[in-house]
Design a protein around this ligand. Sequence first.
Ligand SMILES: [Zn+2]
Length: 151
Amino acid sequence: MASDGKHRMKLACKYCFKMTDRLSGHLRQLCRKGADEAEILALVQEARATVRKVASNLSVVRYQYLKAGVDSDRSLDFFIGFLESKGCFIRDKPSETQSSSTEIPVEEVQKKEKEEAGVQRPTSRVPAAIGAGIVETSPLVRGRSAKFRDV
Ligand SMILES: [Zn+2]
């Protein structure tokens, strides 16, 4: 990529926590008035190094590491949602469909089928679909595609 100076990344000022794409000018005019160019340059380089560090340390976060640091599922959900919303990937995250209450046990369906058998209804195709896993897997597929869309 051509480095004509226009391709700039926003950097954080460590004194006032402002994000700016003109950190050197910001430091000169506001937070480090009177500083020499060497100091300004060093501060800008430090801010660039910080951005690289954040990107490499937080691009992928281990689920177990987060879980070990929080004391409730609510906090865990919050941090995972927060990090994912910022573009981080959560590694080794367990499947989200475990707590699903929409699953219908096969025995329940078969019992219901027997009860309805006296009504003379051709219900044989519906339990077959459940047995083949079609009904159970569809929420899982939907959940996954929704997740990918967010990222
Ligand atoms: Zn500042």
